[in-house]
Design a protein around this ligand. Structure first.
Ligand code: GLC
Length: 660
């Protein structure tokens, strides 16, 4: 170790426990190095002298999640980190992996899924990608920060089994990539602020999940200096007046010991050493980062509906309308919103370039975020009348989906809905492209249109990616990482925004598809849903037992089409009988594979103890109850193609009497 706590005086140690300004750690007048941190999950947002420097705007994590691609998540982290190297940032404040408990959460665009397994795997790969460049990460926001409303003071009351099975596993999986830091959230969990929550920080994150890096506060999340040191929260960010005096006073009163101080100081010194010993090099130009953004967006665009195979666009007179076609929404609002220098080319122009003489592509501006039908819409109706196909680009912008506030609903604006319905009444071949950070209620108009493409907030490369998918140059392979309900009323918390001080997570483990399936509620588009231009068939499911609760699940996926395409196959596990209430199925594995024309690919997914276990609160551990389980293989949570029942028979002395 280059640095040792003994090198520092007590005062210097106390100052090291708080940032020296908004983004940097304290360097004791150069006696030790410093670590520079910056946001965020959608690309580097480096602020210098109050101005945000331009950086590549990558697809939002919600789009990376819709790719179901570990490689895309890795490349995303690596690309953002590459720009950090170029701009002297040592830690990127990402990934965010809070579970999407309600589609209303303003920051859902920054998060990965309603499912902890998918969220954990992709967060882990993002961290691996970023840290492969010698740049640290900050896995956030630990934990149960699932709304923005009153986020600084709201208490998430979550029972232990729900914590363990839904809100902690993504962090548990992601820390396997050894993030340099974990960021605690603002809120309380079961009555104790995340920044003072020794159980979650020291006992669980460190003691059980094996995290050995620095726990950093969210910006301004520390409420009491001695309580946070006792809880194991090492670094308060940003600098806060009075922190040093409060820490000194706490030490002098014996509220904190030198040993507790040194424990955190040591971890911060290790962080500084990680930064100083990291091997860093800039690998990408701005153009190459842009190309990576396009590549990831192509993987994450989801084809939700495609009646009469209207897509890919064949040619003819194509009208592209909606303001977002030329000014696409590429990111949500708040600390994750970075600034790109990239100048968009209109979606219409890119489609025209790709289709060439086959098509006559026109564009009409139409503002759909304002109220009332402006003349720009009427022109569109006239133009739609004699077009073969109309592509409508609508959705939310960063004033609707953002940090610091939640959405007031999940439908498009009335103007946008009317625009779609009026256009569809004139032209039966309407393709809707949706830009949003989270689920949209499409029920008002989805039956009136032929196709729906969910672009999400897909970063600066969105129009190149979309034009490639819409014209068939790229075969869509994205699948939903969150359910699209038929309406906000069908979600567990509905339009509730929480009462601002304590919210009981009484939905328990039944979150997302677990909830809709538990109550047999229909959804518009299910978790894991996404269409392709290709047709895939599944066959030959074989399950090989390789250990007490270890299995290799192998199956064939055949691409029945004349062109190569990618498919995301998903493996769910269902406990047929259990002594506790369990979801109808839970995602426990997936694979994204490129499969050639008329090729069959044999795919293997491994299951282990945790694939079958539930968290038993009485035993305070994960527990597999003997009995029948079903292994379900499908193209989505609602499109199961293969299944087989297996029986787990663990030694009798590991079991407890069951209720059945
Ligand atoms: C914000 C966000 C956090 C961000 C940090 C620094 O309040 O909650 O995600 O990284 O502060 O901007």
């Amino acid at each position: 170790m280059k640095y040792d706590v003994k090198m520092l005086t007590l005062d210097e140690k106390l100052k090291l426990l708080t940032g020296v300004d908004y983004w940097r750690t304290y360097s004791a007048d150069g006696k030790i190095g410093e670590v520079v941190m910056s946001d965020g999950p959608c690309g580097l947002r480096k602020v210098r002298d109050g101005k945000t420097e331009a950086s590549a705007c990558m697809p939002s994590p919600s789009v990376v999640a819709n790719s179901w691609s570990k490689e895309a998540a890795f490349l995303d982290g690596k690309t953002i980190a590459d720009e950090c190297v170029e701009k002297d940032v040592d830690v990127i404040l990402a990934p965010g992996t809070n579970i999407k408990r309600t589609p209303l959460c303003g920051r859902n665009f920054e998060y990965l899924s309603e499912d902890p397994y998918l969220a954990g795997v992709l967060a882990r790969e993002f961290i691996n990608g970023a840290q492969s460049k010698g740049v640290g990460t900050s896995l956030k926001h630990y934990c149960c920060n699932n709304r923005e409303f009153e986020r600084f003071n709201q208490n998430s009351e979550v029972d232990e089994r729900t914590l363990r099975e839904i809100y902690l596993p993504a962090f548990e999986e992601a820390v396997k990539a050894e993030p340099w830091t974990v960021m605690c959230s603002y809120n309380l969990i079961n009555g104790i602020y995340a920044s003072e929550n020794k159980y979650l920080i020291d006992d669980v994150l460190r003691g059980e999940f094996g995290f050995n890096g620095v726990v950093v506060s969210d910006w301004g999340a520390v409420h009491n200096q001695f309580r946070r040191v006792r809880a194991g929260l090492d670094l308060e960010m940003p600098y806060s007046d009075g922190a040093y005096n409060d820490l000194k006073d706490a030490y002098e009163r014996g509220y904190i010991t030198e040993e507790q101080i040194d424990r955190s100081v040591k971890r911060i010194l290790e962080l500084i050493e990680k930064k100083e010993s990291a091997v860093k090099s800039v690998e990408y130009s701005a153009e190459e980062r842009h190309a990576n953004a396009v590549a990831i967006a192509k993987e994450g665009i989801v084809l939700l509906k495609n009646d009469d195979d209207i897509l890919p666009l064949k040619g003819g007179k194509i009208l592209v309308s909606g303001e977002y076609a030329r000014a696409p929404q590429i990111c949500g609002g708040g600390s994750a919103r970075n600034t790109t220098a990239y100048v968009q080319t209109g979606l219409d122009k890119l489609i025209s370039e790709k289709l060439g003489a086959e098509a006559e592509v026109s564009y009409l501006f139409s503002r759909t975020r304002t109220q009332g039908i402006s003349d720009s819409l009427n022109k569109t109706y006239v133009a739609a009348y004699d077009s073969d196909t109309v592509v409508i680009c609508v959705g939310n912008d960063y004033t609707v989906e953002s940090e610091d506030f939640d959405r007031q609903g999940i439908r498009l604006s009335k103007t946008a809905e009317d625009f779609i319905l009026n256009t569809a009444a004139i032209n039966k071949n309407v393709v809707v492209v949706l830009y949003a950070g989270s689920a949209i209620d499409v029920s008002e108009w989805v039956e009136s249109v032929k196709a729906v493409v969910f672009a999400g907030f897909a970063g600066e490369g969105v129009n190149e990616a979309l034009s490639s998918v819409l014209t068939g140059e790229t075969v869509p392979s994205g699948k939903l990482s969150e359910s699209f309900p038929t309406g906000i009323e069908e979600t567990y918390t509905g339009l509730e925004h929480g009462n601002g001080f304590a919210e009981r997570y009484s939905d328990g483990i039944f979150v997302g598809y677990r909830y809709y399936e538990h109550l047999r509620l229909p959804v518009e588009f299910p978790f894991g849903h996404g269409l392709s231009y290709a047709k895939f068939t599944y066959s030959d499911l074989k399950i090989k037992k390789t250990g007490e609760t270890e299995y290799e699940v192998s199956y064939n996926v055949t691409n029945e089409s004349d062109f190569a395409a990618k498919e995301v196959s998903q493996v769910y596990v269902k406990d047929v009988f259990s002594s506790v209430l369990r979801p109808k199925k839970e995602l426990k594995g997936f694979s994204k594979d490129e499969i050639g024309a008329h090729e069959t690919k044999n795919i293997t997914v491994k299951l282990d103890y945790r694939s079958f276990a539930y968290y038993n609160v009485s035993l305070k551990k994960w527990y597999v109850e003997n009995g029948a389980f079903e292994v379900l293989v499908g193209a989505s949570s609602a499109d199961i193609r293969l299944s087989e029942r297996i029986t787990v028979e663990l030694a009798e002395d590991t079991q407890y009497s069951t209720g059945y």
